[in-house]
Design a protein around this ligand. Sequence first.
Ligand code: NAD
Length: 362
Amino acid sequence: MFKIAVLPGDGIGPEITVQAVRVLEAVGRRYNHQFEFKEGLVGGAALDAAGTPLPAETLELCRTSDAILFGAVGGPKWDQLPLHLRPETGGILALRKEFGLYANLRPVKVYPALVEATPLKPELVRGLDIMVLRELTGGLYFGKKYREPLPEGGFRVVDTLEYTTPEIERILRLAFELALKRRRKVTSVDKANVLGSSRHWREVASAVGEEYPGVELEHMYVDNCAMQLVKNPKQFDVLVTENMFGDILSDQASVLAGSLGMLASASLGGGIGLYEPAHGTAPDIAGKQLANPIAAILSAAMLLRFSLNLAGEADCIERAVTVVLERGYRTADLMEEGKIQVGTAEMGDRIIEQIDPPRTLE
Ligand code: NAD
C-alpha cells in the first residue's frame, strides 16, 4: 500500500490534480498496486478554511505519507496579504523548507506531436529531452538580507549569495546519478568569471565529477547557457545549477516544450518527494475545464519513478500521453487546426483509456 498526500490547492489546482489521481488509480488497477490518497488543505484554500496556508494537519499528513502530489497555490484574492500568510511563501516554500527539498527536477521534453507547437524551429527541438536540475534551498533567495537607510537619503539594500561545499556536493551528485540513467552528460552552469560562490561551485563540480568517470562534465557560464538553450538546446542532457540561475533557466527551457501545461516537476531531498506541475494556478481559466492536466499527470509519473521506484509504471503513463497527443487530442492551450479539442477531464479520460482500457463483459 502506497500512501499519497494530495494537496490540490487553488485555481486550476483541484481540476488538474483530480485527473492525476485518476491516472494513478488506473495504474493501480493495471499493475495491481494499492494507493491510498488522502487530501489536505494548502494555500489560499487552507487560509480561507483554517486561517493558515499550511495547517498542522496537512504537515502531519505529508509526514506520514510516501509522497506528496501537489497542485498549485495562490491567486489575486490573497495577493495583498503579508509574505508569511501568502499561499506561495507560506504554502509551497514552507513545505520545501520543512522537508528539506533541495533539488528541483524539471524534465523538458518535446513530444513528437508537439514539435510544431514550440516557438523555435522544429529541427531545433525535435527529440529534445533535457533534465534541468535546480538547487532549491540555498543561494541568493535564502541568504542574509537587509536594508538600511543612507545618511544622504535612500537605502542600501543587500541580498547575500552563499553556498557551502556540502550543499553543492549533494546537488552535483544527484546530477551525475541522473545522467548515469540518461545520456551521461552533465552541464554545470555558473558565473565563475565574476562570482566567488560560482568559482567554488565549479571546483566542487569538478571534484564530484571525478567520482563519475563515465559521465562527461562540462562547465558553462549562465549567460552563454541562456543563449545555447535557444540556439542549440539538444546539446544538453542534465543541466545543473544554483537556485536563481535555475529559476530563470528552467522557465526559459520550459518554453521549448510548447506549453506550461506540459511541464512536470519533482522536488527531492529529505525523506519525502513533492511532485507538482511547473505552472501556477492560472486564475484566468480556473473552474472552466480548460486547463491542460498533462503537467499534473506527468508529475504523478515522476512520483512513481522517484518516490515509489515504479519505473515501468511511470513509463506507461508517459507512453499513454504520447499516444493521446499523436491521436490529435489537445486542450485549449495547445489547440491548432485539424486537432480535436477536449476539456480537462476528457484529456484525463483519453489518457486513462491507454493505461487501463475498459473491458467488455464476456
Ligand atoms: P500561471 O502558470 O498560473 O499562468 C500563466 C499562463 O499560463 C496563464 O495564461 C495560464 O492560463 C496558462 N496556464 C498555466 N497552466 C496551464 C495549464 N495547465 N493549462 C493551460 N494553460 C495554463 O502563472 P501566473 O499567472 O503568473 O500565476 C498565477 C498564480 O499562480 C499566482 O498567484 C502565482 O503566484 C501562482 N503560482 C503558483 C505556483 C505554485 O504553486 N508552485 C507557481 C507559479 C505561480
